[in-house]
Ligand binder design. Structure first.
Ligand code: HAM
Length: 425
């Protein structure tokens, strides 16, 4: 037997109602905020991710699914969406098209991480990228959408953490001060952080190992090294969040695991999720277009991990399934009439099904029960000869005789009358 890959999950039909709610909310809200969907490739040239995410990040060093193409060139399954979106914008000149400046995507990403609850090797992100706007209002708009997505889904226990990484020139002086500080703490740092001393010292602040956190408790804070321009930008973002009553805390340790960030960075964590509690994150990446060969273009965005959203989603957010009808037709003329009725119901937009494996009324009703059909239409040779059918409510067991030639419209009225159609997914 061939098994699926570790950390790469099947999504069974029973889980799909939750996905419809989450993806439906993402599509609806992104579009209501003026974002247009973009579909970018699942794999790209490896160089794209190395240059955007950064060669000294965990993602590029350890987590990418990289493989040679038949011509020997190196390809990688996308570990995130921002790099692909920026590549597409540069390649197709989207920056000149006013309708292509606010983009969103929903789809699978791939990282070779150790699988655990809420952490997968294939996972899904809903991401948005707002391109070409320097104003702090862009940051605010993006964070407002992120927060509205979570609030609409009524996710409990969320915390939004904010930080600013400043511009590269702000970080230059800070990195020197941080290196002096960290050099005195080398003994107290984990092996990973000691290695990061030369590759990516800022990431040491983000390390979750308790003794590293204690050692870096009094580290200089990047916020104290921001230029007046960076400081003003960050303050305007925070003021905007206050205006919109979006609660946040400042976290000067929030560095993020991707190198393209500058200025505003943010992360939302969810207290019900355990160790993998980061449910969404993002920030500004004003230098990325240039780094990938485009014109200097400011941009800001976020991505949300949809599996984690599903884990935190309250059951009450999943609406009752759409009502549908099971056709229990049997006998020669009954089966023929059943076939026509199934077709007519489906063409009228009513969900209808049957079981072609059984042919007696008893076994048809058993199948309807197993499928939890809320309604069954009973149609045998006798019913056909009297030009009628029996509509049975499987919950109340109440039966009603309806004329066969108007059965389709009768059922349609019946089903939509009984259930609030707004609650359908
Ligand atoms: P990220 O922080 O690497 O950012 O990922 C965003 C979210 O994806 C995380 O907060 C988490 O919810 C989810 N996630 C990441 N790895 C996994 C995993 N192995 N299993 C399950 N969920 C996971 C980015 O990807 C940036 N591209 C965000 C961004 C967009 N920044 C600007 N624009």
């Amino acid at each position: 037997m061939i098994r699926g890959i570790k950390g790469v999950k099947d999504i069974p039909p029973s889980q799909m109602p939750k996905w419809y709610v989450v993806e439906g909310t993402a599509n609806r809200l992104a579009q209501a905020h003026g974002f247009k969907e973009i579909r970018i490739p699942i794999f790209e040239q490896t160089e794209l991710y190395v240059r955007s995410i950064g060669g000294a990040t965990d993602i590029v060093e350890k987590e990418m699914y990289t493989f040679p193409d038949r011509d020997g060139s190196s390809l990688t399954l996308r570990p995130e969406g921002t790099a692909g979106v920026v590549r597409a914008c540069i390649e197709h000149n989207f920056t000149n098209d006013p309708t292509c400046k606010k983009l969103y995507y929903i789809g699978p990403m791939f990282r070779h991480e150790r699988p655990q609850a809420g952490r997968f090797r294939q996972f899904h992100q809903f991401g948005v990228e707002m391109i070409g706007v320097t104003s702090p209002y862009a940051d605010i708009e993006v964070i407002a959408l992120l927060w509205r997505f979570f609030s609409s889904l009524e996710l409990p226990g969320l915390t939004l953490e904010m930080n600013s990484l400043g511009e590269p020139s702000d970080r230059q002086e800070y990195k020197e001060k941080l290196a002096v500080f960290l050099n005195k703490k080398l003994e107290d740092l984990c092996g990973n952080c000691r290695r990061r001393m030369t590759t990516n010292p800022l990431r040491i602040l983000d390390c979750k190992v308790p003794h590293c956190r204690t050692a870096t408790q009094d580290a200089p804070k990047l916020l104290d090294f921001l230029s007046p321009i960076s400081k003003d930008h960050f303050n305007q973002v925070l003021t905007g969040l206050d205006t919109l009553s979006i609660p946040y805390t400042l976290n000067p340790r929030l560095v993020r695991g991707l190198d393209y960030y500058s200025m505003t960075t943010f992360e939302v964590s969810c207290s019900s999720l355990g160790a993998q509690n980061a449910i969404g994150a993002g920030g500004r990446y004003d230098g990325l277009f240039e780094a990938l060969g485009g014109k200097p273009t400011p941009a800001v965005g976020f991505a949300i991990g949809l599996e984690r959203v599903l884990l935190a989603l309250p059951e009450a957010m999943v609406p009752a399934p759409k009502p549908w009808i099971f056709i229990a037709s049997f006998g020669q003329s009954g089966s023929r009439a059943g076939l026509s009725l199934l077709d007519s119901l489906r063409s009228n937009g009513i969900t209808a099904d049957t079981d072609h494996n059984v042919s007696s009324l008893k076994s048809l009703l058993r199948s309807a029960d197993r499928l939890s059909a809320p309604y069954v239409l009973i149609l045998g040779d006798d019913e056909v000869s009297q030009n009628q059918a029996i509509l049975r409510n499987m919950v109340t067991k109440v039966q009603e005789i309806i004329p066969l030639h108007t059965a389709s419209s009768h059922i349609k009225e019946h089903l939509t009358d009984l259930v609030d159609t707004k609650s359908f997914y």
